[in-house]
Write a protein that binds this ligand. Structure first.
Ligand code: TXA
Ligand code: MG
Length: 310
């Protein structure tokens, strides 16, 4: 704990100078900067090679600072109470007097906000006088990072500091819900929709479509390991990597299981790191067995469909 406090203080010092730091969250790692600083936010876009039009999620410790930046409503209060801190991002109306950098929102009037659960990042956020803008800590259009070595793989030494928090426990990005009008899901994620519907006592529309642009994470190459992926594969070629949802009776060299026994939480946690592992082993293509389409399986399938558009 003492060591992690030293590291948190180091991260704080760098962030205070409007530099970027990679931070651990329970979903995926973030590439963070002071959300009130134009300079820090510009650096995030530059490091990630991310188009400026694509707005950033802002991470808060609690609602104290957020009150100054956004307008809350009943649906927000209910979901905050039940799921925060946790893997859910809310799109809210930005307040006029907010200090959020215009680079975060691309000059728009809405703001995506999240309260990450990872204890190291919570400790960091608590110490700061500003919230942290942080997209996933990967190069634009690549697979998100779930541990510090993933970040080094993408950025080398370009990021001033990586606050190490071990492997992300969920392994897929947060669920994004637009709460400005009738609630709408903009991105499937680490929090299952059924749980959200239970709290809001209504069916929530999914405004996400892996084949349509202009929704979060829509670029064709999004979540791509950079090689072709075939879905629902029942057979595999010899030179192809085969992703399985459970360990095969007869494991072969090109078989990669993302959970031992079909557990969807484990599968979510291991998906991105398995993509990276396969890429490192120089396979030229991936076949993926059918993944059950319920609970977190829906999010896994969403990412697989996007990744297969490569
Ligand atoms: O789990 C996560 O959400 C991770 C961790 C680091 O918090 N962050 C993350 O950020 O996945 P990013 O930037 O990779 O994806 C955020 C998505 C983007 O596709 C962006 O277009 C969308 O959120 N977004 C951001 N602000 C928005 C807004 N105001 N309205 C609609 N979509 C927004
Ligand atoms: Mg991302």
């Amino acid at each position: 704990m003492k060591k992690s406090l030293t590291n948190i203080k180091k991260a704080q010092k760098i962030l205070d100078m409007s530099e970027c730091v990679a931070i651990p969250t329970e979903t995926v790692y973030g590439l963070a900067g002071n959300a009130y600083s134009d300079n820090a936010c510009k650096k995030i876009f530059k490091l990630k090679k991310r188009p400026r039009q694509n707005p950033l999620i802002v991470h808060y410790y609690d609602t104290k600072l957020l009150k100054r930046d956004c307008k809350f409503n009943n649906n927000f209060n209910k979901l905050f109470k039940n799921f925060c801190p946790g893997p859910i991002t809310f799109v809210l109306n930005l307040r006029k007097g907010s200090k959020i950098s215009k680079f975060v929102t691309n000059n728009k009037k809405s703001l995506a906000v999240r309260f990450p659960k990872h204890s190291i990042t919570r400790n960091l956020l608590k110490r700061l006088e500003y919230p942290l803008a942080a997209p996933s800590a990967n190069l634009f259009s690549k697979v998100s990072a779930v541990c510090s070595t993933d970040i080094i793989e993408d950025f080398g030494k370009k990021i001033k500091y990586i606050l190490n928090g071990g492997k992300s426990s969920i392994g897929l990005e947060s669920t994004i819900i637009d709460l400005r009008n009738k609630p709408q899901i903009l991105r499937l994620g680490g929090l299952e929709i059924s749980k959200i519907q239970k709290i809001l006592k209504r069916k929530i529309q999914l405004k996400t479509n892996p084949t349509i642009k202009s929704f979060p994470g829509q670029s064709k190459l999004h979540y791509s390991p950079g090689i072709p992926i075939r879905l629902n594969a029942t057979k595999v070629k010899n030179n192809e990597a085969y992703i399985l949802i459970k360990k095969a009776m007869k494991q072969k060299k090109n078989y990669f299981y993302i959970s031992k026994n079909g557990n969807l939480k484990d599968a979510a946690k291991n998906l991105y790191s398995t993509f990276r592992k396969i890429k490192k082993k120089k396979y030229k293509s991936i076949a993926v067995i059918k993944i059950p389409n319920y609970g977190l399986g829906k999010t896994i399938n969403d990412r697989l469909i996007r990744a297969s558009k490569y």
